[in-house]
Design a protein around this ligand. Structure first.
Ligand code: HEC
Ligand code: HEC
Length: 168
């Protein structure tokens, strides 16, 4: 019994220490190189495996670009994405929320998921479409520590606006 209480407490402290990291950071070099050459290497925990598999099945037409890779690399990337997808990273808060808000859908992107759109609905459209950002897909334009899995609003810095403050 004592041991159980101790384990429980330890788990709580470990969790508290990691509160800011709400998405598991990318920890695969091949993924970082292959899928981070045109844009931020999106952490696997931002989408369910169904969405990653759908995207991976059509890499030659990837948002208008050809992002195809050789067979061996494909296997490595697919395994990495499936092993770390949102439903496999439920101990990270945002992955859990993403899964809870899917409602049976297989999203085509991260930025167009209703949950992610909702989280950004208070940002003025012109701050998102401005040339320094281009679109919501460009997470690192505003989330300076996205690569560490940190997306908290205290850490946001929007180009030509600065630190995030709600208008109301
Ligand atoms: C040749 C360039 C290129 C490569 C390589 C590439 N992408 Fe992309 N990706 C794009 C473009 C272009 C978009 C559309 C948004 C943008 O302009 O960044 C995009 C968008 C995405 C999105 C959706 C972002 C959103 O709006 O939510 C995901 C997820 C994504 N890519 C994952 C990957 C993965 C996984 C790989 C590796 C297998 C990869 N990408 C490799 C060019 C690339
Ligand atoms: C134009 C700047 C901008 C871009 C681009 C952007 N965000 Fe955000 N994001 C914000 C702001 C501002 C907030 C806080 C909004 C609020 O509290 O009303 C936020 C909040 C969030 C939150 C919830 C806050 C938390 O504590 O976890 C998540 C998750 C998030 N963003 C993920 C992303 C992801 C993933 C992308 C890329 C696909 C992205 N954001 C792109 C500005 C941005």
């Amino acid at each position: 019994m004592k041991k159980l209480v101790f384990l429980g407490l330890t788990a709580c402290f470990m969790y508290a220490g990691e509160l800011d990291v709400t998405i598991k950071p990318v920890n695969n070099e091949i993924y970082k190189n292959e899928c981070g050459s045109c844009h931020f290497a999106y952490p696997a925990g931002l989408l369910p495996s169904s969405a990653w598999n759908k995207m991976m099945s059509n890499l030659s037409n990837h948002f208008g670009d050809d992002a195809s890779v050789d067979k061996k690399t494909f296997q490595t990337l697919s395994s990495y994405l499936n092993e770390n997808s949102a439903e496999k990273s439920m101990n990270y808060k945002r992955s859990r929320k993403i899964v809870e808000n899917l409602n049976g859908t297989i999203p085509d992107s991260i930025s167009k998921m209703p949950y992610i759109k909702k989280k950004h609905k208070e940002i003025k459209e012109n701050l998102i479409t401005q040339k320094e950002v281009k679109g919501l897909f460009n997470c690192t334009a505003c989330h300076k520590n996205a690569e560490k899995g940190i997306f908290s609003e205290e850490d946001v810095n929007i180009p030509n606006y600065g630190k995030w403050e709600k208008d109301d």
